[in-house]
Design a protein around this ligand. Structure first.
Ligand SMILES: [Zn+2]
Length: 134
């Protein structure tokens, strides 16, 4: 069942709300940017994500095929979410940083199922051969 959570960047300029079901699974990926930012996310549909504050505080980073927008706070540098359109993950999506949620219990996070993606090789349905470091 979906629950609503609230999240923010470190300095608090960017604030958002997300409706999600942790039991549907969270994701870690080995692509170049997820590795460097150690991103742990949950995929939601655009209608389940709401930016509450900080539109003007966000910087937008795109690279490679430019399918996704990596949005981070230009003051504190924290990446709060990614959005874009990738056919392999069902079209338009938001991927919200679970580490940016302010009203979730550590135990809820610890028990959430994690799925690994081999984004580095564009093999979104496969798990990478090594995942322990992600
Ligand atoms: Zn910030």
């Amino acid at each position: 069942m979906k629950k609503t959570y609230h999240g923010s960047c470190h300095c608090g300029r960017v604030r958002f709300e997300v409706a999600m079901d942790l039991n549907e699974g969270t994701g870690k990926c080995n692509c170049t940017i997820c590795t460097k930012s150690r991103f742990w996310g949950i995929l939601v549909k655009p209608e389940d994500f709401k930016l509450l504050a900080g539109e003007d505080a966000l910087s937008d980073y795109q690279f490679s095929r430019r399918l996704t927008h990596h949005q981070f706070c230009r003051t504190c540098g924290v990446k709060t979410f990614v959005h874009g359109h990738i056919k392999e993950v069902g079209g338009a999506f938001y991927s919200v940083s679970l580490n940016c949620l302010d009203d979730i219990d550590a135990s809820e996070l610890a028990e959430a199922p994690v799925q690994f993606f081999d984004g580095r090789n564009d093999a979104w349905r496969l798990s990478p051969p090594e995942t322990r470091h992600l």
